[in-house]
Each structure stands twice: as C-alpha cells, then as structure tokens.
Design a protein around this ligand. Structure first.
Ligand code: IPM
Ligand code: MG
Length: 362
C-alpha cells in the first residue's frame, strides 16, 4: 500500500507529521513517500504542483494531504499560486466525489457558536462535486465587454457548467452513501435562477428513480444555508455542486465547534483518494505547535477505510481520538475551562499512546 504524503504549507507540515506518527504505530505494510506541494513546492521547484509530485500522487493508492496557501503568494500569477496544487490534483486524478462529514463530538458541544440543543448529536455528510462547475468551466478570463451594462469596459468571466454524466455519477455516490446512513438526500441547487442547476435538479431526480428506498428533497442554496444553522439535524446527506459545496461545507464545519476536527475524502472512480483536513493552512498560527492535528489524523482513518481496505485500523484511530478527547486533552482551538490544553505534538503523542494501549490489550 503506497501512500503519498503531501504536507504542503503553514500548519500542514505540523499536522501531517502527527498523522504520520499515528500511521506508523499501526504497524501495517505501508510505503510512505513524501513530496513538496503548494507554496513549499513553488519555493523549491518554481511550481506548486511539480511533475514529480503529481507523478507520485498518481502512482499512490492514497494521498495524505495537509494544506496549502499563504498570503505571501497572493501576488503570484494564478497558475503559480499554492491553491492550484490542490485544484490540479483534483483535476488530474479525477477526484470528483468529495466527502465532508460534519460530526459534533459530544465532548465539544460547548465549542460551537450554536446552542447545544441545535447541534448535539449532529452527524451530516456533505457530498460536494469536485471537478466541475464554475471552478473548472471554460471559457474564463478577462476581456473588454462587447455587451452588458458597460460595453467597452474591462470585465472578467467564469463559466458555470455541468454535463449529465458528471451529475449522474455524483448523484449515485450520494444515494449510495445515504443507504449506509439515514436514507435521506438533500440536493442543493439554485434552479430558480440558474440553468445549470435546473439541469442538476432534473438529473438528480432521474437518478433517484433507481433508489426508491432513499428519500430525496430539493432545496435552494440560500435556504440550505439558513436551514443549516436553524435545524441542521434535519439533514442526512447533502449533495451539491462544487461552488455551493465549498461554501456550505465551511458553514457546516462550524456547527461542530471546530473546523480543526473535520476530515475529508476526495475520491475518483477507481477509489483512489486524497485525504485532507477540511481546514486550511492557517499561516497565522504556523510553526507555533498549537494547531489541532485531529482532523488530519481522522483523515488518515478515512483513508484506511475508503482507499486501503483497513477498516479495523481506521476504527482503532477513531476510538483513540475519542478516548483522548474523553480524557480532557484539547488543543487551543477546542480548549474550554476544565480541560487540559496541549500542543500539536502532545495531541499526536496522546493518540499514539491510546492506540498502543489498545494494541497491547489485544
Ligand atoms: C476547499 C478550499 C479550496 C476550494 C481552495 C483552497 C482552492 O477552499 O477545499 O474547500 O475552494 O475548493
Ligand atoms: Mg473551501
């Protein structure tokens, strides 16, 4: 089992180091190979996604990714910015299905900005289409307007588009995921305004005919943004396009108290996957040994389950994280009165210790 380790920028290197420690203690036959990505790769090789990094990712069974980006690269031409690394990996590996669970850990109910009764027990899954939509649609660019409100003025444009097979495959992913959960899918669109999302709604409805045992509801994205903070537990699986999914998944992550806890998986048709925390590179706290490594450690667990067929090892990591939280250890982002504040490295060590304990117990 070959795992590509791509730590990236900012806190990426610190949190991935902890996840690697956790993977190593499992004592499974992994081959781990690291490469630079994002700003770090730009500094070393002049490109955020060098050929060698892309080739390593392509040849691996799974990729453990940290985070990319730093404000200091904002002035670079777009193709050289760190974000292009993750967008390029998604595109070149065809990672169209992005799973972003939002789970509220009982011990962290108090860390959310929402009232406990709204979020206690929350367990929803956002499935975001990841290789289409306005993110990748061509044409795009800048030009001089020949029509519109200001002909002759400079303008910029992007293209929102989805083909039928792109919508069909993500709809299947969503209905199949719902079958393993509470059998409800909310498809989020903007069919009242956008042609692309009227089509989305029609295609999802068509695919739904094959899943009569799953309930399907349609919701406009503005309403979905509101319902997510009003009554988030009404959702089970939410499926949506790339742009809306980007926004709604950040919103959903805050329901749980800390974005520092949420893993994610991006899969292609071959089940090859890229696993990364849902949060970013947080350059403001990089190098301080205070970032929360749990989202990355939990991403490693997702990787074992989804791409490497090691469900038992995944369970072991997840229970270790539970027990570490139960013992009161918290990184700064989830700390509250009465709990023990620990560093990034101490949190990683605690998870490793909890796993070692279960291994020796048998
Ligand atoms: C995410 C991020 C990325 C996105 C950025 C870094 C390109 O916000 O994974 O949600 O917009 O998809
Ligand atoms: Mg985002």
């Amino acid at each position: 089992m070959k795992i590509a380790i791509l730590p990236g920028d900012g806190i990426g290197t610190e949190i991935v180091a902890e996840a690697v420690k956790v993977l190593k203690v499992l004592d499974l036959p992994f081959e781990l190979e690291s490469a630079l990505v994002g700003g770090a790769a730009y500094e070393a090789h002049g490109h955020p996604l060098p050929e060698s990094t892309l080739n390593l990712a392509k040849s691996a069974d799974a990729i453990l990714f940290g985070a990319v980006g730093d404000w200091k690269y904002d002035k670079l031409d777009r193709p050289l910015r760190p974000e292009q690394a993750i967008l390029g990996l998604r595109k070149h590996l065809g990672l169209f299905a992005n799973f972003r669970p939002a789970i509220c850990y009982e011990q962290l109910v108090g860390a959310s900005s929402l009232k406990p009764e709204i979020i206690s027990g929350l367990d929803i899954l956002i499935i975001r289409e990841l290789t289409g939509d306005i993110y990748f649609g061509q044409p795009r660019g800048r030009r001089v307007a020949t029509d519109g409100h200001f002909p002759g003025a400079e303008e910029a444009f992007d293209t929102m588009r989805y083909s039928k097979p792109e919508i069909e495959r993500i709809a299947h992913v969503a209905f199949q995921a719902a079958r393993k959960r509470n059998r409800k899918v909310t498809s989020v669109d903007k069919a009242n305004v956008l042609e692309t999302f009227q089509f989305w709604k029609d295609v999802v409805t068509e695919v739904h005919a094959q899943y009569p045992d799953v309930e399907l509801e349609h919701m406009y994205v503005d309403n979905a943004a509101m319902q997510l903070v009003r009554a988030p537990k009404k959702f089970d699986v939410v499926v949506t396009g790339n742009m809306f999914g980007d926004i709604l998944s950040d919103e959903a992550s805050m329901l749980t108290g800390s974005i520092g806890m949420l893993p994610s998986a991006s899969l292609n048709a071959k089940n090859q996957g890229l696993y990364e925390p849902s949060h970013g590179s947080a350059p403001d706290i990089a190098g301080k040994n205070i970032a929360n490594p749990l989202a990355t450690i939990l991403s490693a667990a997702m990787m074992l389950r989804f791409s490497l067929n090691q469900a038992q090892a995944a369970d072991r990591i997840e229970s270790a994280v539970q027990s570490v939280l139960a013992s009161g250890l918290r990184t700064a982002d989830i700390w509250s009165e009465g709990t023990t504040k620990v560093s990034t490295v101490q949190m990683g060590d605690a998870v490793v210790a909890a796993i070692t304990k279960t291994i020796t117990k048998g």
